[in-house]
Design a protein around this ligand. Sequence first.
Ligand code: ZN
Ligand code: ZN
Length: 300
Amino acid sequence: MSPVAMAAAEALDPARGIDRFAGRVAAVATRHGKESAIGPALLSRLPLAEVRVIDDLDTDRFGAFSGEVAREQDPLEACQAKARYGAQVSGLDLIVASEGSFAPYPPAPFIPCDEEHLVLFDARDGQCFTHRHVALETVFGGECCTSIAQVLDFAARMRFPGHGLVLRSAERWMPGMTMHKGIADREALLETARQLIAAHGSCWVETDMRAMMNPTRMQVIAETARAFADELARACPACGACWFAVRGVKEGLPCVACGWPTQSIVGQLRGCWCCGHQQFAPRPDGKTHEDPLHCGNCNP
Ligand SMILES: [Zn+2]
Ligand SMILES: [Zn+2]
C-alpha cells in the first residue's frame, strides 16, 4: 500500500468500527414513545453517550396506520426518509427511525405478522445502517360492528384496554371522516361506538398500531432493537468495520434420506459493507438435514 493509500485507510478507520459511535448522542425520530424500547438496547451494545427523542417531530407525514396519510414508499424507504428528516429538523447527526407493517404472514396467511424496520442514519458520512425483523406475536385486527355487544367482543379479543383501539364510521377513511384514535378506556369506547352506530348503523373498530397504544408491538420493537444492536456491534473479521450483519441466506439443506439439496436454508451469509468480506454461518438451530417430506427427489 502506498503511504497515501495507507493514510487514507487510517483516516477511514475510526469511522468504520464501533468507535464511530463513541460519545455521540443518538436521537429517536418518534412521537410514539419508541425511545423507551430502542434506547436501552442501543446503549447496551454501542458506546453512545445518550439516546434521546426528537421532540414534536411529525412522523405521520410518512404514513399513518389509520389511513389518513397513505404511505407512498416501501417500509424501508419510509424509515430511511424519516431518519433523514429527523436529522434535518433536529440538527443532530445520528438518528434512529422505525417503521412497522402488518400483513398476513406469507407461509400462513391466516396469521398476521409484524414486520419491523429500524434505521440508524449517520449524517456525518450519510451511512444508513438497517435491520428487519418479522414477528408473529401481534395484536392486530379490524371489524365492522353493528352492535355494542359485537364491539365489546372484538375489543376483548384485541386485549382492550391494554391495547388501544381506533373507531370511525367506515373501514375506508375518507377526507372529512372523524377518526377516533387512542381509545383506551371502556367509557370512551362505549360512548364513541354508540354515537357511530346511531348515526351510521355500524362502526369500524380496529387496533391502534401506534407503538404506545400497542404494547405487543412495543415489545417487538424492543426485540428488533436488541437484534439490531447485536448486529451493529459485530465487527468484520477482515477489516474491523461494525455491522458485520446477515445479508442473505443460503438454500440447499440436504435431505436426510438421499442427500439431495432441498430448498430449506443451510445457513446465513454475513457481509461487510466496507470491504465486502463474506462469511457463512450454519443455521442457528443446528439443523443439518431436511425431512424427506420437503425433498424434491424423495417427494417430488
Ligand atoms: Zn470488512
Ligand atoms: Zn430425499
